[in-house]
Design a protein around this ligand. Structure first.
Ligand SMILES: Nc1ncnc2c1ncn2[C@@H]1O[C@H](COP(=O)(O)OP(=O)(O)O)[C@@H](O)[C@H]1O
Ligand SMILES: [Mg+2]
Length: 149
């Protein structure tokens, strides 16, 4: 596992609040962290946060960002940053991960790679630059912990 030396917590009470957090979090994530793991149970708000980050980067509108559960990877060109959004929920093996070419994506100095369920794979967990852990609270409450190095 990566050791992170910085951390910041956020709390939201609505979808709009989580979308708005995309701005703050994208500031933390650019320009340095390249490979970012998004963890949290189904419905925690991982995809919603990616929508907010994509908007903040000028990469896509909130409506354009959909869950890559079946397509695995979506790619959006932002003003400065190319955003890759992955969802590995349906994958099981490191071999399947290898085929995605995540290393190549993250090697681009202008890329930001956001990976839902990335913590399930050692090859990703061990080289992530940041992690966003999301928790479902009561009703529409969600808490987020961003850790990075
Ligand atoms: N504060 C909130 N932040 C994000 N999503 C919320 C919030 N409150 C309620 N929701 C709902 O929770 C669900 C989050 O879904 P999604 O972002 O796809 O989660 P995940 O990708 O973690 O499975 C959506 O149905 C959304 O409308
Ligand atoms: Mg999702």
């Amino acid at each position: 596992m990566t050791t992170y030396n910085r951390e910041k917590r956020f709390k939201t009470r609505s979808v709009a609040g989580t979308l708005a957090l995309g701005e703050k979090i994208s500031e933390i994530l650019s320009p340095t962290p390249k490979l970012v793991v998004l963890r949290g149970e189904v419905g925690a708000g991982k995809t919603t946060l990616v929508k907010g980050i994509a908007e903040a980067l000028g990469a896509a509108t909130e409506e354009d960002v959909t869950s890559p559960t079946f397509t695995l990877v979506h790619e959006y060109q932002g003003r400065k940053v190319k955003l890759y959004h992955l969802d590995l929920y349906r994958l099981e093996t490191e071999r399947e991960i290898e085929a995605l070419g995540i290393d190549e994506m993250a090697a681009d100095p202008n890329a930001l790679v956001l990976v839902e369920w990335g913590e399930r794979f050692e090859s990703i967990a061990s080289r992530a630059d940041a992690e966003i852990a999301m928790e479902h609270g009561e009703d529409n409450e969600r808490s987020m912990m961003v850790r990075w190095r």
